[in-house]
Design a protein around this ligand. Structure first.
Ligand SMILES: [Zn+2]
Ligand SMILES: [Zn+2]
Length: 379
């Protein structure tokens, strides 16, 4: 009989960091609040640093460096590098290397560093507590591009001093200016750090467990608007895993995605550029394909399943065709308008065709919506 494998060695530094900061955040800070209270400056600084360091992870580590969804000016990169170090989640290079593996081998228990299939605890924090992947970090081969970024390499080289100076230095300086160093360090330093830890860890744990899968069910990633409120917009994780090169996670204007707003906002003043978006056509097709699959599964036990399936398939094919036609015409019209080469009759003709296609797509969408929800099955 094979002996049960013992778990890998504990990483003592990580265990101690999580343990000590958690004790301070969950025990010392509440006791301090009851005994001495925190003033408005301390609370304001904590909220500011919470967003600054959290979004340095989501806008910087994640969407800028891991996925290259946009380009950022050197000053922005330097600020995000410091903010990210202050969130204490290892260097950009290390984080991005892990994250690229996560996307590439998502849910593979042996390769995905924080595979959600190993459970909530493991994907949330457990994966950092033991030497599960000690064999891996030889040369960050999947981040050759990042090794050319001077800011990334500077942060990697001086990671520890940057962590110490930013975490203790900034909070202590603010506290000194406000007249109470310890109080500020406890709240804006440690409490803020623990909060940012857990909300960003939720993206690896809860965002792979709880929510809907409108775009794909090939991996565990979920869309969850509620979770987006606590994760700087990264709750739209099902979209993110299928379209990882999109600078947005919440693609609709009403979806809460402050990371997207920050990146977009900075682009208006020239600090970020080349923001990448997935063509609307691909998004709509992915959603329709998922709906077809769901509807087919739902009807599979009905006596007339084959008949309904055929109907579903033909309406789906028509929808996909209409989507393709509409977006192709839209693209052509935009190109021609941009180049201003259209003679008036051509323009009229194409405009007319575009409007026609738009309308027939809208009709087909409507028809498809009713069909895939299978109103007729119960009727
Ligand atoms: Zn990602
Ligand atoms: Zn993920």
């Amino acid at each position: 009989m094979q002996a049960k494998e013992s778990p890998p060695r504990l990483i003592l530094t990580n265990v101690l960091v999580f343990l000590i900061t958690s004790i301070i955040a969950f025990i010392v800070v509440p006791l301090w609040a009851v005994s001495f209270g925190f003033d408005a400056v301390e609370i304001g600084a904590t909220i500011f640093l919470f967003f600054f360091t959290g979004m340095s992870i989501t806008a910087g580590y994640h969407r800028l460096w891991s996925h290259k969804t946009y380009d950022a000016n050197v000053v922005v990169r330097a600020i995000l590098a410091v903010g990210g170090a202050m969130a204490l989640q290892n260097s950009i290079l290390h984080w991005a290397s892990d994250h690229r593996i996560h996307h590439r081998h998502v849910d593979d228990n042996d390769k995905d560093p924080y595979s959600a299939k190993r459970g909530f605890w493991y994907s949330h924090i457990g994966w950092m507590l033991r030497e599960y992947q000690a064999h891996r970090y030889d040369d960050y081969a999947n981040c050759r591009d990042l090794q050319k970024d001077k800011i990334v390499m500077w942060q990697h080289k001086y990671y520890l001093p940057i962590v110490l100076v930013s975490n203790f230095g900034i909070a202590a300086l603010l506290g000194w200016m406000n007249g109470d160093v310890l109080s500020m360090v406890l709240l804006a330093g440690v409490f803020r750090l623990v909060m940012v830890h857990h909300v960003t860890f939720f993206i690896n744990s809860l965002a792979h467990i709880w929510g809907r899968q409108p775009y794909t069910d090939k991996n565990t990633a979920r869309d969850n608007g509620f979770l987006a409120l606590f994760t700087f917009g990264e709750g739209y994780h099902n979209f993110h895993h299928i379209f990882e090169y999109d600078y947005r996670n919440g693609i609709r204007w009403y979806q809460f995605d402050p990371t997207k707003w920050l990146i977009r906002g900075l682009s208006f003043v020239g600090l970020t550029k080349n923001l990448r978006r997935t063509p609307e056509e691909r998004i709509e097709k992915a959603r329709a394909a998922m709906q077809l699959q769901r509807a087919s599964e739902k009807i599979s036990t009905l006596p007339n399943a084959d008949e309904i399936k055929q109907k579903l398939q033909s309406e789906y094919d028509l929808l996909v065709q209409r989507i393709g036609d509409y977006y192709a015409t839209k693209k052509r019209l935009m190109e021609l308008k941009k180049r201003q080469v259209l003679r008036s009759y051509e323009r009229l003709e194409l405009d007319f065709k575009y409007k026609e296609l738009k309308q027939s797509l809208a009709l087909q969408r409507e028809k498809w919506l009713q069909l895939y929800q299978l109103d007729f099955v119960t009727a």
